[in-house]
Design a protein around this ligand. Structure first.
Ligand SMILES: *Cc1c(COP(=O)(O)O)cnc(C)c1O
Length: 420
């Protein structure tokens, strides 16, 4: 459920007409709903109510906007970060260092040190090499790094191949059949406090079964480690829960996920940790865009909008579907191709889409753009970075200024020796 609804024939974000935001900030612009973020944060937490003191860390990469992070910090969420930049954002947004988990296969020496110095709660180590490097840095600083070892359970998450992370050929985690050996070895390191296992098999999962299979393997590993005398007090089950991108699409509800987790983990005797991203932020945002013109095509019209693949990459990158709706639907429907202005065919949001009929100047939204939207933007075609707005009841604020193409150009230099 979200708070983007038609009222008297016009689309609103909570109590703010989207047309007012377009007038105020221009288009394209991402619009987030605070009430929707809060609702999703609570639904997810409630789904885990059967568990003892679960730790929930929002996956910052899904939406790193400072105000979005602040909303979630206020809900008691921690952060799952994958870079020094995300770490600094989570801290700046008010997330407690001890509630921050650092994931990622390529944390640099500098990032490992930064995480230690910030006093973050847990490193999710993705290789033995990383473990030894972190141990050395921690020893030098006279610290002990709390760590979970991320395992690759070799489970097919049955999602898009580019966001599948738990198959043996994927770069993430250590192979399950080497995990006990690596965990045992890292447990001997002075600089490390090996305390748990982490797993994350992919994103936009439409089915709980692969998760259950992966969690089962983690449970068996925990038992094996304990039998070998290792300490295991935490298990991080990652994120990955999918959200509906098409009206009417059914996905496993957080409550079903929570019930499955409770059942599978009931004898684990660990503190469970979670890293949801999309399920919190996805339906809490839309990309608001204006139709530049409608171009006659051979079989269908092309609706050319002012948002493009650089603003919302998912359709170009993953062939992803985003519902597309007029902000003031006339009631007339059509079938059209929805495209942006960028000079490559990849800049296509939808082909042969049944949608509201639109004319030049009309406003429209791509729904479910709150996760993996603005965060994946680029400046391709020398387009700037889109502004972001947060709505709260009847008020709204720009929470990220538009960065114009000229500001990006300002960072460039032409060396003297190129002068003609
Ligand atoms: C991306 C990612 C997540 C979040 O995934 P969602 O599908 O957005 O819930 C969680 N954990 C890790 C390690 C990730 O890389």
């Amino acid at each position: 459920m979200d708070h983007f609804e038609l009222r008297d024939g016009a689309l609103y974000a909570e109590d703010v007409p989207l047309s007012a935001i377009a007038d105020d900030v221009g288009t394209p612009v991402y619009v987030y709903s605070r009430a929707t973020l809060v609702r999703h944060a609570r639904v997810f937490r409630d789904a885990l109510a059967e568990l003892k003191d679960p730790h929930i860390a929002f996956a910052v990469k899904s939406n790193p906007n400072l105000s979005v992070l602040r909303v979630l910090a206020n809900e008691g969420y921690g952060a799952d970060v994958v870079s020094g930049g995300e770490l600094r954002r989570a801290l700046a947004a008010g997330m407690k260092a001890e509630d921050i988990v650092f994931s990622g296969v390529g944390k640099t020496h500098g990032e490992l040190q930064e995480g230690l110095e910030a006093g973050i709660g847990q490193f999710n180590i993705e290789s033995e090499e990383e473990g030894y490097e972190l141990a050395a840095i921690a020893r030098r600083l006279g610290m002990k790094a709390a760590c979970a070892l991320r395992v690759n359970p070799d489970v097919d998450a049955r999602t898009h191949e580019k966001i599948s992370t738990g198959k043996r050929e994927n770069k993430f985690g250590v192979p399950l059949d080497r995990a006990a050996e690596i965990y045992t070895a890292l447990s001997q390191e002075d600089g490390l406090d090996m305390r748990g296992i982490a797993v994350h098999i992919g994103s936009q999962l439409a089915d709980l079964e692969p998760l259950e299979t992966a969690f089962g393997k983690v449970g068996a590993l925990i038992a094996e480690l304990r039998a070998a005398g290792c300490k295991v007090t935490h298990a991080d089950l990652g994120g990955g829960l999918g959200v509906p991108y098409k009206a009417g699409e059914e996905l496993p509800a957080p409550a079903e996920y929570g019930a499955m987790v409770a059942r599978v983990t009931k004898d684990w005797d660990v503190r469970l940790m979670f890293e949801p991203g999309r399920v919190i932020a996805g339906n809490a945002g839309v990309l608001l865009t204006r139709v530049i013109r409608v171009k006659r095509g051979i079989e269908r019209p092309f609706v050319v909008v002012d948002a493009a693949m650089n603003d919302l990459a998912r359709p170009a990158m993953y062939g992803a579907w985003h519902d597309f709706e007029a902000v003031k639907p006339s009631g007339a429907r059509t079938v059209a191709h929805i495209v942006g202005p960028i000079c490559e065919t990849g800049d296509t949001f939808a082909m042969d889409r049944e949608c509201d009929e639109l004319v030049a100047g009309d406003l429209a939204v791509f729904r479910t753009a709150g996760a993996y939207g603005a965060t994946m933007a680029s400046s391709y075609n020398s387009r700037g970075f889109v502004a972001e707005v947060l709505v709260d009841g009847d008020r709204h604020a720009v929470v990220a200024e538009r960065i114009g193409a000229d500001s990006i150009m300002d960072a460039e230099r032409v060396p003297d020796w190129l002068e003609g």
